[in-house]
Design a protein around this ligand. Structure first.
Ligand SMILES: NC(=O)C1=CN([C@@H]2O[C@H](COP(=O)(O)OP(=O)(O)OC[C@H]3O[C@@H](n4cnc5c(N)ncnc54)[C@H](OP(=O)(O)O)[C@@H]3O)[C@@H](O)[C@H]2O)C=CC1
Ligand SMILES: O=C(O)CCC(=O)C(=O)O
Length: 430
């Protein structure tokens, strides 16, 4: 029997968010116990020779939280504050997320405690290859398939894929997703997370009978997820009026020229200094806090976890909050937002475009049959919209908030798989 004190605090907190779902669902109580502890946690030191000749040792983790529905799946995060607990929590949410959109995967996640911005390109390559050397024995196409996350991109995935091949002395493209197309990556993976989030928002607006043209969006985070979300949202007729990165935010009520702003950011590495020349209209500089409190229709959070907490939830004036990042709304802020009438579209549904296209990449690698960008886009849209539709209907029929409905959709599928494996042979709800 798992003791409460054995359960990592982050998982106790995660499970508290699921209380309502477990109460409502007639699944075996053992499911909750099974989801209390990670299946496997691997911690490794990565020694790296720096360009100046010194040696630095980076801490890293790979966690496979649950593998009942299939091999582990989840990205690798490079961040100076990443911790064992954070990776455990993220791997837990990956298990729920893959089940919400019915991918044949469990949940996993990885992390390296490193500040990418302080590394040269060669140092970044050595850290990436070092991570794969440390984890090569615990990942694999049928075991655990890493992919990109914060501060890791196709460059990093490509080096890791190559390192795995060198270690195993064979070509195994299906071991990792988010690779460059030249190495078996899928067309459309780079934009997929943002694209998928825009599709969920579009469907939600349609159900609310709102015209996209009347909807103004502020976005926190202008990296992979945030930038491609902005592009897709504009294509679908929404207006992006504000964007933020870690250096600050810019705002223009008539709408921003996001590609021009992104080009500036890529050149200078920050939003600071975006001026009127970069944009169709004059832009105003804001702080991140001001962006979160803007009077817009949609606040899209595409940066980090815990951006809206009990301390700033009261300042949110947007009607809809789109969670593109993982865990951007802290548990204690949820009831406050509900009370204020803010609808939260939850991360475990909204940001699944990325992992869906990662799944398609894995399928393409395994069949050696490669799809066009249009095929990828069409299949991803169909899948994310149909699973979002199911979730929205569940919320309506069961009178649940959207987060609880998404959790219910995911947990039910995990519980069914646990049951089918015979783990709960003795369980009979009748
Ligand atoms: N990439 C993917 O496929 C997926 C990503 N996600 C989630 O989406 C989120 C973003 O990931 P991704 O886009 O890949 O990461 P990136 O590293 O590409 O981008 C992160 C962005 O957030 C900004 N940022 C960081 N801290 C802050 C802050 N305190 N305030 C405002 N902006 C900030 C960064 O600013 P700066 O550029 O200045 O550093 C950057 O623009 C993460 O939670 C990730 O887990 C979820 C599913 C899939
Ligand atoms: O494509 C992947 O496997 C990464 C997905 C991921 O890490 C996420 O959805 O948070």
């Amino acid at each position: 029997m798992v003791q409460q004190s054995d359960i990592p605090k982050v998982i106790q907190e995660a499970q508290e968010r699921l209380d309502l779902v477990f109460e409502r669902l007639s699944v075996c109580p053992d499911t909750r116990q099974r989801l209390s502890l990670p299946h496997r946690v691997v911690e490794a030191a990565i020694p790296v020779r720096m360009d100046d000749g010194s040696l630095q040792v980076f801490r890293s983790w790979r966690v496979q939280f649950d593998v009942t529905r299939g091999p582990g799946k989840g990205g690798i995060r490079f961040h100076p504050s990443v911790s064992r607990d954070e990776v455990i929590a993220l791997s837990f949410w990956m298990a729920i997320k893959c089940a919400v959109v019915n991918l044949p995967y469990g949940g996993a996640k990885g992390g390296v405690r490193v500040d990418r911005k302080k590394l040269s390109l060669f140092e970044l390559e050595r850290v990436s290859r070092g991570y794969m050397r440390a984890m090569a024995d615990v990942v694999g196409p049928d075991v655990d398939i890493p992919g990109p996350d914060m501060n890791t991109d196709e460059l990093v995935m490509g080096w890791m894929a190559d390192e795995y091949d060198v270690i195993k002395r064979q070509r195994s493209p299906a071991v990792i997703t988010g690779k460059p197309v030249a190495l078996g990556g899928s067309r459309g993976r780079t934009a997929a997370t943002g694209e998928g989030a825009a599709q969920v928002l579009d469907l939600w607006a349609e159900r609310q009978k709102k015209d996209n043209k009347t909807i103004k969006i502020a976005i926190q985070g202008l990296g992979n997820a945030g930038y491609y979300f902005a592009c897709a949202a504009e294509r679908l007729g929404f207006t992006v009026v504000a964007v933020a990165d870690s250096s600050g935010a810019v705002y223009c009520d008539q709408g921003l020229d996001v590609p021009a702003i992104y080009a500036h950011k890529r050149k200078t590495r920050e939003l600071k200094g975006v001026s009127a020349e970069n944009d169709k209209h004059t832009v105003e500089s804001l702080s991140n806090e001001e962006l979160l409190a803007l009077d817009v229709d949609v606040l899209a959070l595409a940066a980090m976890e815990n951006q809206i907490t009990k301390d700033n939830a009261k300042d949110v004036r947007a009607k809809w909050l789109l969670e593109i990042a993982n865990g951007p709304v802290a548990a204690d802020a949820d009831p406050m937002l509900q009370k204020q009438g803010v609808t939260v579209l939850p991360d475990v549904l909204v940001n699944t475009g990325g992992v869906i296209v990662s799944y398609y990449e894995w399928l393409q690698n395994r069949s050696a049959d490669y799809w066009s960008a249009e095929q990828v886009q069409q299949r991803m849209q169909e899948l994310i919209r149909s699973q979002a539709e199911l979730c929205f209907e569940l919320a309506e029929n069961e009178d649940l908030d959207l987060r609880s409905a998404a959790y219910m959709q995911g947990i039910k599928r995990i519980a069914e798989a646990m049951d089918a494996r015979g783990t709960h042979a003795e369980f009979n709800p009748e």
